[in-house]
Design a protein around this ligand. Structure first.
Ligand code: SAM
Length: 280
């Protein structure tokens, strides 16, 4: 019998361990193991990888990752109530699951992971966005992770994969697409979760690029993109005038019309502008 079949259904786990979902912890659980297996499959071949899972909760996705053959799963969970349920999973998969109790925003799990590493998580949305930005902006590139497979509120997922000319296009799209191939791989209605959240969700998969897609200094690019999208309705010559007094010339050198708005500029254009601005 497969190890996953020896474990009780997740609804029973919730009852046995009294894991009533807490809003303060952003808890919306996935209790359908077919669905969690499907999400785990989106993470790619796990058999030769350590998987970092943030916020395993009662362990639905954790079970999916292990059943899909992950070499090892390291899970970080803030809610101590979930630990006994996770220990049952660890017992069914000896040596494969390690659980750390703690806040993922304050825990550095790297010393406990062996590359190659994939990340797969269904996290509270605010924590997910903050971690995504951290994972995309490490001091060195390539990062510790090979891929990220993350659940987001649909609107945030659309911002990650957005293309120029759309309302969703902004800093998150530039950052994600500069460093990774990003795509939405699943859409989930609110009813997929217990309790159902108010909004629909999407799973986004990001594969790390070996190097940034176009050459640019990360700090300069970040400054330019922040200024451009902070005043997204303004023409770039106005939105960026605080960056350098000769911004109009620099825009033209980068091949960008000074009268364009941030929303119209593709990633390649922002990188070209960052290179021109970085020149003495
Ligand atoms: N992965 C489980 C699932 O799919 O059913 C639970 C998902 S629930 C949306 C989010 C989980 O993240 C909860 O178990 C919650 O306790 C945990 N969590 C919330 N904030 C966290 C943090 N800062 N660090 C680690 N875990 C956190």
């Amino acid at each position: 019998m497969a190890a996953i079949d020896t474990l009780p259904p997740l609804r029973e786990v919730i009852r046995t361990h009294d894991l009533q979902a807490r809003k303060s912890m952003g808890q919306n659980f996935l209790l359908d193991l077919n669905l969690t297996a499907k999400i785990a499959r989106q993470a790619g071949d796990l058999s030769a990888c350590d998987v970092l899972e943030i916020g395993p909760g009662p362990g639905g996705l954790t079970r999916g990752l292990l059943a899909e053959g992950a070499r090892r799963v390291l899970a970080i969970e803030k809610d101590a109530r979930c630990l006994p349920a996770l220990q049952e999973i660890a017992a069914a998969y000896p040596g494969k699951l390690e659980v750390l109790e703690g806040d993922a925003l304050e825990t550095d799990p790297l010393s406990l992971l062996t590359p190659p590493i994939r990340v797969a998580s269904n996290l509270p949305y605010n924590v997910g966005t903050e971690l995504l930005v951290r994972w995309l902006t490490p001091p060195e590139w390539p990062p510790f992770w090979q891929s990220l497979t993350l659940m987001f509120q649909r609107e945030v997922a659309e911002r990650i994969v957005a293309q120029p000319g759309s309302k969703a296009y902004g800093r998150l799209a530039i950052l994600s697409q500069w460093r990774a191939d990003a795509r939405i791989v699943m859409q989930l209605p609110p009813e997929a979760f217990t309790p159902p959240p108010k909004v629909s969700s999407s799973v986004v998969h990001l594969d790390a690029l070996p190097g940034p897609r176009f050459e640019a200094d990360a700090a300069v690019l970040s400054r330019v993109v922040a200024a451009a999208f902070n005043q997204r309705r303004k023409m770039l010559r106005a939105a960026l005038k605080g960056i350098t007094p000769d911004i109009e010339d620099r825009l033209l050198t980068a091949g960008i019309r000074p009268t364009d708005r941030a929303e119209q500029i593709p990633l390649e254009g922002f990188c070209a502008l960052a290179r021109v601005i970085a020149r003495p």
